[in-house]
Design a protein around this ligand. Structure first.
Ligand code: SF4
Length: 358
């Protein structure tokens, strides 16, 4: 009698989804890891959350929930499990901890940071407040807890313009992504300035600016250029190009659609085009291709997020085995950060809109 093991079952499940995306020899190895992760997850009463940028073999095997960081944080907030393993980057795991402080939150790699989140500190925000007294601060969720704690409200890539409008303030400080800020300025018709990093060189008070930006960039999305878009359209005239709002305004304008990761996934699912190209982390194209075998996805895989790619099945297994790396947020910081995140959720709820992240 032939006995099907958990490992075999996992391999068959992954093969059904990934046979056109991941070579079989790798699938067998990864299925073994995934089966052990699932066993440990049950033994330790854990839930695994997987961000849209995770590599296909992880994304389509071990997570209980997949999605953008806000969707995953909401799942984290609702869970009755003892441990939350966040397969994403540090600021996302922190947001889960901010929203659900009684749980143990684990991030499988200590190196899973983010260039945007690292571009600004709490001291930078305090200094901006002193340079522009009384001006409200909107922080993108791709920031660390200390920065959220200094902010009035957070925003996502899909509700940024709505959050700015909701403040009903003539001037708003918008941090830290330069390109998202420029895209929001275009959407809201506001003038934007980027103050010098050295205090004492303030923008002219004569200037009719309404948005004050910062100098942060996503090291993935800043790499896409207008030349890339033109070159791809010349080679594939029927391609539909989707750009994340962390891309430059020139790239966003030259694209057919711009939205958060979840908005891009929905767009591909709900439309029929000869082929698509996503200007975002390459793994997401693989994940959409696996889930929608009828859709033709082009990929620019020389552009990868080094932080998201730190999270592997091997690290996830070790995270569960060893209970590492624990994400903690000091309670005074957490309480202030929670206020900014909750205020953002209230703006999204009022509009009944998608509040997708990253
Ligand atoms: S893709 Fe960009 S914004 Fe997202 S984690 Fe990587 S560096 Fe940060």
């Amino acid at each position: 009698m032939f006995n099907i093991t958990a490992k075999d079952e996992m391999y068959l499940r992954m093969q059904a989804m990934l046979r056109n995306v991941v070579p079989d020899v790798e699938l067998r190895y990864k299925a073994e890891l995934a089966a052990e992760i699932i066993r440990l997850k049950q033994e330790k009463n854990a839930v695994i959350l997987g961000h849209n940028y995770m590599e296909p073999a992880l994304f389509h095997s071990v997570p209980d929930f997949v999605g953008d960081s806000l969707e995953l944080s909401r799942k984290a907030a609702e869970t009755d499990k003892d441990i939350i393993v966040f397969c994403g980057v540090r600021f996302m795991a922190e947001t889960a901890k901010i929203l659900n402080p009684s749980k143990t939150v684990l991030l499988p790699s200590e190196k899973a940071g983010c260039s945007l989140a690292a571009s600004i500190t709490a001291a930078d925000v305090r200094e901006l407040r002193s340079r522009f007294p009384g001006v409200p601060v909107v922080s993108y969720v791709n920031t660390y807890a200390e920065v959220k704690a200094e902010s009035d409200v957070c925003c996502t890539s899909s509700n940024a313009a709505a959050v700015v409008r909701s403040l009903d303030s003539p001037t708003v400080i918008f941090l830290p992504d330069e390109y998202l800020a420029r895209n929001v300025a275009r959407d809201t018709g506001k003038h934007i300035v980027f103050p010098s990093l050295a205090p004492g060189h303030e923008p002219s008070s004569e200037l009719d600016y309404q948005l004050i930006g910062w100098h942060g960039r996503c090291e993935v999305h800043e790499k896409f250029t207008l030349q890339d878009v033109k070159g791809i359209r010349a080679q594939f005239p029927d391609v539909v190009i989707l750009a994340h709002p962390e891309c430059s305004p020139e790239v966003v304008e030259a694209s057919d659609f711009s939205g958060s990761t979840t908005a891009m996934i929905r767009y591909v699912e709900r439309t029929t085009a000869p082929r698509y190209l996503l200007l975002t982390e390459c793994a997401m194209g693989d994940n959409i291709a696996a889930a929608n075998p009828d859709k033709d996805m082009l990929r620019l895989c020389s552009v990868r997020c080094p932080h998201m790619n730190q999270i592997t099945l091997e690290d996830t297994l070790e995270a569960l085995r060893l209970g590492r790396y624990v994400i903690d947020v000091p309670e005074d910081v957490r309480l202030r950060a929670a206020r900014a995140v909750t205020r953002m959720l209230a703006v999204g709820a009022q509009r009944g809109e998608d509040t997708s992240l990253d």
